[in-house]
Design a protein around this ligand. Structure first.
Ligand code: FAD
Length: 411
């Protein structure tokens, strides 16, 4: 790029939210340029998808490419706490829709999505980091730095910020507010799991609750190539009692569990262990004059129900519908057409996350004699159908979860 370019929509970031938004807009005939800070493939966390994602990937014309990717099928979620084991099968649920999805290595998955966006007509520029944004009435001017250190500009009618934890516009415009979800920390890696031959179900994510500290939990996400993603999440002060390096800490904490500790006895830790903390975020607004925030750039709750990519794709889908009307000369109401409908599912997940950490949802999940209809409703949320307002646990999550937890404890 030598001089300032112009396009209809500039998208910041080529993760799932940016790629899906770019593909949808390009297919509608808009000129879209995506500016991505890194070069792909690159590591990213967020590897367990939810079936609800499949509908958005389908709408964006990406489903065949994803199906061809050879990823590990995912048909449910399993939970273990102090010797109690239970699993949910996504086909036995309340809401309509897909009943399976995939467990994906994000380096490869995100590259597939970005390549599909490019095939749909979007121009994807790698190693271009947005540094500033200027809003001049009817256009947006972004300044970005290229790999060689030179700065360039791009002018667009609208900017979608899909920069994930980079939170580009939130930082530049001071939109971040106090998060109602407490800050937590996670350490994680990929392992060669050596579980072949065991009766472990690779088609499900395994969520393990720490036997002593119920606010600490682990994920095990098997991939199709004999490796798995393995991580632990807990309050930041939980980790301060472990004084080894990251690998030693992860192995020590995993050895404190029963089933997971046993499964991981033969695992080979072949990748660096990473740490991420303080990732919960909330913003004062998700849109403004000629911009909207999608995916994690608009906030993040918690990893426990693997809702991140689903929310990212839902937000891309809703934002594109609203933006299409604006680019056609209408005056959409971004709050009521975008933020409010998106928030329906975000609030459902927020209540589920909160109920997970105060143990009420854990008591529901591990209940000895569950009501099968209610279990289907819970299963729907675990499958990502958090916007289906015919599900009582979407319409009134707080009241319903509290009442159900009480009933489960009385059993
Ligand atoms: P991203 O995937 O983060 O993409 C943003 C892109 O923007 C990046 O490629 C970045 O390089 C680029 N970028 C950033 N700043 C700039 C800039 N200034 N200029 C240009 N480009 C920029 N979600 C799930 O669905 N399932 C899970 O199992 C799951 N596990 C998780 C575990 C942990 C510990 C955490 C913290 C999160 C987890 N998530 C999970 C959440 C998931 O990681 C995110 O929700 C998801 O990646 C969001 O996608 P996105 O497209 O919004 O952002």
């Amino acid at each position: 790029m030598s001089t300032a370019r112009s396009c209809d929509v500039a998208v910041i970031g080529a993760g799932p939210a940016g790629a899906v938004a770019a593909a949808l807009l390009s297919r509608q005939g808009y000129e879209v340029e995506v500016l991505e800070r890194q070069s792909f493939p690159r590591f990213s966390i967020g590897e367990s998808l939810l079936p609800q994602c499949m509908a958005f990937l389908n709408d964006a014309g990406m489903i065949s490419a994803v199906e061809r990717g050879g990823f590990q099928l995912k048909n449910g979620a399993a939970f273990e706490r102090a010797g109690s084991y239970t699993s949910f099968d996504f086909s036995d649920r309340f809401s309509e829709g897909w009943s399976y999805t995939y467990q994906v290595q994000r380096a490869r998955f995100d590259k597939i999505l970005a390549d599909e966006a490019a095939k749909a007509g979007a121009v994807v520029h790698y190693q271009c980091e947005i540094e500033t944004a200027q809003f001049d009435g009817d256009s947006v001017r972004l300044k970005f730095k290229e790999a060689d250190g030179r700065t360039r500009h791009i002018q667009s009618r609208f900017c979608l910020d899909a920069s994930g934890f980079g939170k580009t516009l939130a930082r530049l415009l001071g939109l971040e507010v106090f998060s109602s979800v407490p800050q937590r920390e996670s350490i994680f890696t990929h392992v060669i799991d050596r579980m072949k031959g065991s009766d472990f179900d690779r088609n499900k994510i395994l969520i393990t609750v720490h036997p002593t500290y119920h606010c600490v939990w682990f994920w095990l996400i098997p991939f199709s190539d004999g490796t798995a993603s393995l991580g632990v999440v807990g309050p930041c002060d939980f980790f301060s009692r472990y004084t080894g390096d990251e690998l030693q800490d992860l192995q020590t904490i995993i050895a404190e569990t029963g089933l997971l500790g046993d499964l991981m006895k033969g695992a080979e830790y072949h990748m660096p262990v990473r740490r991420i903390s303080n990732y919960a975020s909330q913003l004062s607004r998700l849109h403004g004059e000629n911009f909207a925030l999608i995916g994690n750039a608009g906030g993040f709750l918690d990893p426990v129900f693997s809702s991140g990519v689903t929310i990212a794709l839902k937000s891309a889908s809703l934002a594109v519908k609203t933006l299409d009307r604006q680019l056609k000369g209408e005056s959409p109401d971004w709050e009521n057409d975008y933020a409010v409908p998106l928030n329906v599912g975000v609030e459902t997940f927020r209540h589920f996350v909160s109920a997970w950490y105060d143990s009420s949802l854990q008591d529901i999940i591990f209940a000895r004699s569950p009501n099968s209809r209610i279990r289907q409703m819970i299963c729907s949320i675990l499958a990502g159908y958090a916007w289906d307002e015919t599900n009582p646990y979407v319409a009134q999550p707080f009241r319903r979860l509290n009442a159900l937890a009480e009933a489960c404890r009385r059993q």
